[in-house]
Structures are given as C-alpha cells and as structure tokens.
Design a protein around this ligand. Structure first.
Ligand SMILES: Nc1nc2c(ncn2[C@@H]2O[C@H](COP(=O)(O)OP(=O)(O)OP(=O)(O)O)[C@@H](O)[C@H]2O)c(=O)[nH]1
Ligand SMILES: [Mg+2]
Length: 321
C-alpha cells in the first residue's frame, strides 16, 4: 500500500506541480472538496460513507465499473480507520495502488532514426493544439522536431498547424488542399530522414470513429509510414477531449478497433470537473495516458504522472492554496 506521505512527497518534488494544481482546479473542486466535506458527518467507514464516496467518484466520471472496484477495495481494507483524515489519506493511497496495479509500457522511441508520432481523434478534440504543445515539449528536451500537416481535409487546418510551426520555428511539411494525407506523410517521412529529425509529429484530420472510409484512410497512413521508416508510426496517440467524460471511452474503443493506438492524451482537463475519467481509461482500455492538456497555450501540457494527478484532484497543497 502506498502511503499518502510518499504520494505527497513525489508531488512536491514535481517542478511542474503548479501547472497541475491550476489545470486540475475544477476537478479538485468537485472531487477533493466534496471528499473533504464528508468529514463533517464522518462516523467511521459505514454504508452511508461508501455511498457518498461512490457518488463523488461517479460525478467525476470515473464510471460505475471502475468506481465499484475502487469502493470495494476501499471497503475491504479501510474498516480499521476511525479518523476522517486518515481515511482520506488511505483513500488516496487506494487510488494510487489501483492505478499502479497495471504496468504501463514506455513510449516507443525509434533508436535508429526519426520517431513518428500520429495524433488522431474526433473533430475538435485538440489534436492540432496538442501537436503544437508537443513540438515545444520535445524542443525543450533538445530534440529536432518537424510536423506533418496531414489534415488536408478541413479548410484552414494546414494554416493552423503551419502557423504554430512557424512560431515555434520547426519545419512543417504541407500538402495541398484535398491531397491524399498519406502522400503528405510520405514526403514528411523522407524529409525527416534526410534532415535527421528526431521527432516527426503528424497532425491528422478529425474523424468520427463511425465513418469507415476515414478510418480506412487512417490505416493507409499507418501503412505508408511503415514503408518509409521501419515500424513507423512508433506511437499513435488518441487525443480525447476530457470534457466528454465517459463518452471518450466509447470513442476510444472504436479507434482501437481501427488502429493500433499506443497512448491517450486527455485535453481540456482545465475546463472540466470530469478528471476522474483518467482512472476509467486506465482501468477499461489498457492504454496509457501519456499527457494531460491543461490549457490552450503550448506550455500547457504535462506528462501524466500519477502522484501529481492524484494530489491535483484531491488535496492540492492545501495550506499553500
Ligand atoms: N482549455 C483548453 N482548450 C484546449 C486544450 N486543447 C485544445 N484546446 C482548444 O480546443 C479547440 C480545438 O482544438 P484543435 O487543436 O483545433 O482541435 P483538433 O482536434 O485539431 O480539431 P480538428 O482538426 O478540427 O479535428 C481550440 O480552441 C483549442 O484551443 C486544452 O488542453 N485546454
Ligand atoms: Mg486539427
């Protein structure tokens, strides 16, 4: 069992803790503050308390299946706790262990050339903004980054990513309107090889998971990349809008059927109280959450880190706030 203090210590050491705190403020209001409110009527671990915890989990979009597992785990281990504070700390420890009980694969970087990363998802989920954020993220880690404007479908999409690329001073490989996005990707892969690019980000068009032809287009994009760069795309990140909560889960399941999604990026976490959806994704989808989008600017992206996430949605830094 992870002790609360170790979770808090890990959080305090995170140099980006303030970003987590401000980005998860809404979720903390609905989750952490309501959890704390239970202290007023706390009489021990009884049915009433378990029901209240269940409601809080459901309202932050943890989902019934996952919430039930968490409450069951808590109920069978926490009966000895007589004080509210120790109960709350214990509960956070349960959430931590629940998350850690599944191992997560590392991001697969290509050791022999460019690593190709696809951004996929439904319309408006935040793919282009997240591509810009990732440009900055990898630049700050000393990587040579390029971006492929593989959304040749929506008017204005190429300009949108090209403007970000310009601002962040990285090359943007563009197609012409309605050009087959696969051919843009072929050009981009060749460019990346010739120019010793470390990370090639492909900003793809928004597609509804129910549109078969668009899903086929995605499969084709995967195939052509693999011909240019061995095992590319090395990562396919499904960008999900966190404000859609549980709907994101069903979206993800359909994307998973069409393509080999290797990671999830949850955007707009700053605009939602549904931050609990991270736990449901982890429990139900077997795909790691790689990053959280915590705002609209390029710096508003954080690699997912369980301790910071838990502190962000529960207590924050309490006395510092
Ligand atoms: N608050 C907030 N807004 C975000 C975040 N990520 C993206 N957005 C906003 O969401 C809107 C849509 O973002 P885009 O990046 O254009 O979404 P997209 O998935 O590329 O959209 P399509 O290309 O049309 O499918 C924009 O207004 C972004 O500023 C986030 O983490 N927080
Ligand atoms: Mg876009």
């Amino acid at each position: 069992m992870a002790f609360f203090q170790s979770i808090k210590d890990a959080f305090v050491k995170n140099k980006d803790k303030d970003k987590y705190l401000s980005g998860l403020g809404r979720s903390r209001k609905s989750f952490g503050d309501r959890l704390r409110a239970l202290s007023n009527s706390f009489k021990g671990i009884d049915d009433d308390l378990l029901e209240q915890i269940m409601i809080i989990l459901l309202e932050s979009d943890v989902g019934i299946h996952t919430a039930q597992k968490i409450v069951d785990e808590f109920e069978s281990n926490a009966s000895h706790l007589k004080e509210y504070d120790s109960m709350e700390d214990y509960f956070i420890g349960i959430l931590h262990d629940f998350y850690m009980s599944k191992e997560e694969p590392e991001i697969h970087y290509n050791p022999e050339g460019p690593t190709v990363i696809f951004m996929v998802g439904v319309n408006g989920s935040g793919k282009t903004t997240t591509s810009a954020k990732l440009i900055k993220y990898y630049q700050e880690r000393g990587k040579r980054v390029a971006v492929a404007a593989a959304d040749t479908f929506r008017a204005g999409a190429v300009d949108q990513i090209a403007t970000w690329a310009d601002r962040l001073q990285v090359p943007c490989i563009k197609g012409t309107p309605n050009q087959d996005p696969s051919s843009v990707l072929v050009d981009a892969c060749r460019y990346a090889k010739e120019h010793e690019i470390d990370i090639l980000l492909a900003d793809t068009a928004g597609r509804l998971q129910t549109k078969t032809n668009l899903m086929k287009e995605l499969s084709k994009m995967v195939r052509v990349c693999d011909r240019e760069i061995s095992q590319a795309p090395h990562e396919v990140w499904l960008v999900l809008d966190a404000t859609t909560g549980q709907n994101g889960i069903s979206q993800a399941k359909e994307f998973l059927e069409a393509t080999h999604v290797t990671g999830i990026i949850l955007t707009k976490m700053d605009g939602t109280a549904k931050g609990g959806v991270v736990l449901a994704i982890h429990d139900l989808l077997d795909i790691p959450v790689r990053f959280l989008g915590l705002g609209e600017k390029p710096e508003d992206l954080q690699p997912f880190e369980i301790n910071s996430y838990l502190m962000g949605i529960t207590k924050g830094l309490e006395h510092d706030e």
